[in-house]
Design a binder for this molecule. Sequence first.
Ligand SMILES: [Cu+2]
Length: 233
Amino acid sequence: LGPLHTEFDGKGYAYTSMFISSEVVKWKLGTWEVVDRIPTYYSIGHLMIPGGDSKEPFGKYLVAMNKITKDRYLPTGAELTQSAQLFDISGDKMKLLLDFPTIGEPHYAQALPASLIKDKQVKFFSLAENTHPYVTRAETETGIKRTGKRVDVKMIAIRSHFAPDNIQGVEEGDTVYFHVTNIEQDWDILHGFATLGGENAELIMQPGETRTIKWVPKKSQIYPFYCTDFCSA
Ligand SMILES: [Cu+2]
């Protein structure tokens, strides 16, 4: 009862989520007959087979995304944690492998074998190929330049300091642009940047990336800045 969404396994079968009867129903294309059904225990919304809405699904697993999961997990807020299930659909009968919590009720999901993207992932951006106009590739290239009321700071971030890390001479009425380059060339080593009194977002720089943030001091005082990825800089 209450069919919502359908995905396919590439082997001649379709799988439909049933919101009202809380189950996944497997049926055969062509004869349209129901060949299997399995309970999801809660009102299922979307369901997902990796590639299951494409011409060539990877029809081995199915994920059910359920809503109205009131009694399942700890009551941690006005909105409660939802539930999802992983099924093995490689055989004639669907098999429950795992029941796990999700946040909200995901509307649509897609998955694919990790082997398709594993060797294509970006682990860091090459500093040598960084074309940002204010890139700073080494600590020796950093600098501060005043042009009238504008101050440009070319800065680097590396575990665990910024350079320059002591900037003097900025005055009320100045506008400062921090151009911060994360000069790390290693996977998963991010750095961030924020100043006291900053009114726009902080920065997060991927390894090898340069980003700029504008900062306007309101009055004369000492302002700390720090790495918001908490490397201790
Ligand atoms: Cu850092």
